[in-house]
Each structure stands twice: as C-alpha cells, then as structure tokens.
Design a protein around this ligand. Structure first.
Ligand SMILES: O=C(O)Cc1cc(O)ccc1O
Ligand SMILES: [Fe+2]
Length: 456
C-alpha cells in the first residue's frame, strides 16, 4: 500500500540564518545563478552552457596532496584574461608588504595603540588600508602583513584582487558587503570574512557611513580549521558555521571599470569596459567564506589553571613545520571562568611567537584599562608581557566562584615571525607612549618568612 501523502516531507535546503550562503568548511561546493549554467559531469565541455567560458582558479599547485588541494571552476562571461588591459603602476604607499625591516625607529618594547578615528574622507577599501606590521617575505610566500582599514566609500566600478595573499577581515565598526566573483558576502562586527588569493571583488558600504576593522594578509598556506586532537569531532569553530556565498554576477557592459592587482607588493591598475564580476556559476573548494565568531564553541579549563590560548584558535595557517603556524587567528570570546584556586587571567609570559591583538567589543580581562575596541597591541617575539597591575591584584585577591565573562571579544594574530612595525604605525598619534607603565606598580611581595601571601 502506498504511504499516505502527508507522511513524506522533503526538506527544503535553506536554513533560517544562512539564506544566500552554503554551509561547510572546505567543501566542494557548486552553485549557479542561472539554472543549467553548470556543466554536469565534466569541467570543460566543448561549448559551455549559455556561451560562458570555463576557467580554473588554482589555490594550490595542481599536485598538492588531495587533503589540501584547492581549486574552483568558474563559468563566466569572459575569461579573466579579458579583464586585464594595459596595466599601470599605482601607489598605495600605506598598504605595505613584507619585508618592512627596522623602519619604525622605536625602542624595543611592548606596544599599544588607541583606536584611530575614521577620517570623513577615508575612501575605499584600497585607499583606506593602513599597514601596521609585517613579517616574513611576500616574495617567498611566507609570513603576513597586518593592516587596519577605514572605509567611507564604496567601490562601485572598481575591483581588486590580491595575488600575494588571502585576506582575513575582522570588522570592528560598520557593515561591509564583499561583492566577489563567487558571490556576495555581507559582514558585520562579530563576523569575519576570508577572501582567497586571486579572487576578484569589490567592497561596498552596507548601511553604515563609516567602517573600521583589521585585516590579516596571509602570504603562506591557506587558513584552515585547526586539528582538535583529544577534543574530538566537535567544538571550537564547527565547519557547518562557515558560510560560502551562492553565485552572483554583474552584467555591466560598456561602462568603465578599474581593476587593481596587488602583485609582489606592488599595485597595478587597468581600465576595462565591463565589470569583471561576471561569474554565472562555479563549483569547487577554493572560495570565500564568512564566519560568525559568536558561534564559536570554546573549550577550556574546568577545574584549574589557565590553558594556552591555542584552545581558542579559530583558523590556523601552516608554515610547513608542524605545530608552528605562519599565522593563527585566535579569539577570546564570552565564556564562563570556573577554575578553582587559580589565577584566571593570562599568566605572565615570554613567547617565541609574536602576538598582535585587537579588540572588537567590550573589555579584555588581562587589560581592563587602555585596551579599547578598535585599539591594538603588539607583544613581539620574546618580549615579556601579561596582565596589567590592576588585573593582577584583582584576580589574585578576589573570591572565586563561577563567573561569566561577558561584553568581550578580543582576538590575536599570532605568528612565528617577528612583527616589524611600519613607519606609519610608529608615527600614529594614537601610539600609547607610556604603555609599559601598566606593569609598573607590580610590587615585589617576596617574604622568605611568609609562605602564605594574602595581598599585603
Ligand atoms: O598576551 C595575551 O594577552 C594573549 C594571551 C592570552 C592568554 O590567555 C594566554 C597567552 C597569551 O599570550
Ligand atoms: Fe601573550
């Protein structure tokens, strides 16, 4: 007998929160803005549907191991070679690439900056990019550059691609729209976006007149979710919370468009008579994505002590040496602190890795004063740091019960390379001259007669 009709319910593949996106990390996605635009069962038919061109975008060498191999097939109105005309060099002197050795003129010290105000005329994504620190070398595809951005203008008829590295975007103020050749990503503070190397896109304001945030440009192997080891198959950043956009294209022929390319640290621009964002369908695993940091599921010390910050790694970019990241992206999200008889904030430390920190929202528990949203700090390789005096005495003397850290979202770009501070960052009026004084009132309490120190 046939089942009654109402017993068969087929899911519609659209979750509540991710309309316009496809969930998963590193999936082999496929998406078409027009039905039938994707060839079935092959990449390069003799003639592609709708007269489109097939083009492969390779994020790894063809022969990279299967687990790390990344490429996407694009079906577009013109091959990318038609998006390029005669290039001219342009100057974006504050958008820098590694190496930028020893140009800050600053003495060796932990450094911290207040947020820089967003100028009314900050301009577009490209014009408003300011490099803060670099490490490694863009020419050998190792290392990184860390930038801040201020955006007050949309790139209506301008597009960009970065041949040097992928861009990890961490907004702090304002919503941005990344109209990429693989689809549209909207992000707000609390979310991050990842734009792979070679991806063409433009950046649009999306409801806010002024936007500000941080960018990590990674020259090395692509960011990936970290191994979880004994944590098992769940928690930290779960793959289903990464969202890749569905295909979207612009059909704008006969209008002048600029395309800027960042290539080996130089900028080149050409003008063409159409929009290069003309991909109608694509399939593959080399694609942009976004992620909501509020979906991070932290795992931490549930009895005592303060675990290493690597437990909060969202994304890690390899250096080739196991366990030694080119760059890690780590967050310090809202969470419960429950460790008994423990100093709960970060310990004092010296680190072979170099730490850049920013604050997206609220207060960071190790630095209750002076580290504010939009600000930043650099605790470079083997430079001592830790909680400021206020945080130390408070955490050492308080009665401990379960405590919920709320109103907080700090992050760290942690790298194996020393972070060379740029001339621009060193010259900012927001650089806090007296930063190391935050530790000045840490006293010597040692008394060989008294083992039980109680804060006197
Ligand atoms: O220095 C910092 O504030 C970042 C940090 C946090 C932490 O919990 C442990 C180590 C560490 O470097
Ligand atoms: Fe640190």
């Amino acid at each position: 007998m046939d089942a009654p009709e109402e017993d068969i319910v087929i899911a519609r593949s659209r979750a509540r929160y991710n309309e316009g996106y496809m969930p998963g990390f590193g999936n082999d996605f496929e998406t078409e803005a027009i039905e039938g635009a994707l060839p079935i069962g092959q990449n390069s038919p003799q003639r592609c549907p709708y007269g489109l061109y097939a083009e492969q975008l390779s994020g790894t060498p063809f022969t990279a191991p299967r687990a790390s191999n990344e490429r996407t097939w694009l079906y577009r109105m013109r091959p990318s070679v038609r998006h390029i005309a005669r290039m001219r060099r342009i100057d974006l002197p504050l958008f820098r690439s590694a190496p930028t050795p020893d140009e800050s003129g600053l003495p060796l010290a932990p450094m911290r900056w207040d947020p820089a105000p967003i100028p009314e005329d900050a301009g577009t994504w490209l014009e408003g990019m300011r490099s803060i620190a670099t490490g490694g070398d863009v020419l050998t595809q190792t290392g990184f550059a860390i930038h801040t951005y201020a955006v007050t203008e949309s790139m209506e008829t301008e597009a960009f691609y970065n041949a040097d590295g992928e861009m990890l975007v961490v907004p702090e103020i304002g919503r941005l729209r990344f109209f990429t050749e693989m689809g549209v990503i909207d992000i707000a503070p609390g979310e991050i976006a990842l734009l792979p190397r070679g991806l063409k896109y433009k950046v649009l304001l999306n409801g806010d007149a002024k936007c500000r945030g941080y960018v990590c440009e990674n020259y090395g192997g692509a960011f990936s979710v970290p191994e979880r080891g004994p944590i098992g198959a769940n928690c930290l950043a779960n793959p289903r919370d990464f969202l890749t956009p569905v295909a979207a294209y612009e059909r704008r022929d006969g209008t002048c468009h600029g395309l800027t390319v960042k290539w080996c640290g130089q900028f080149h621009r050409c003008e063409i008579d159409h929009s290069p964002l003309d991909v109608v369908a694509w399939h593959g695993n080399y694609a942009p994505y976004k992620y909501n940091l509020r979906h991070y599921s932290p795992v931490g010390p549930i009895l005592n002590d303060h675990a290493d910050p690597s437990i909060f790694t969202v994304l890690t970019a390899p250096s080739g040496e196991p366990g030694t990241a080119n760059i890690d992206f780590v967050i310090f999200p809202p969470r419960w602190l429950v460790a008994e008889n423990s100093f709960r904030p970060p310990w004092y430390h010296m680190n072979i890795m170099s730490e850049f920190m920013g604050l997206i929202e609220g207060v960071y528990d190790a630095k209750p004063e002076g580290f504010v949203p939009g600000g930043m700090s650099i605790h470079n390789m083997m430079l001592p740091h830790g909680p400021d005096a206020e945080a130390f005495y408070k955490a050492s003397l308080k009665d401990l019960g379960p405590e919920r850290l709320t109103n907080t979202m700090a992050f760290m770009f942690e790298t194996r390379f020393p972070q060379q501070v740029t001339r621009h960052a060193a010259g900012l009026s927001t650089l806090q001259a007296g930063y190391p004084k935050v530790w000045a009132s840490l006293r010597n309490h040692f008394d060989p007669e008294r083992r039980d120190w109680r804060g006197e």
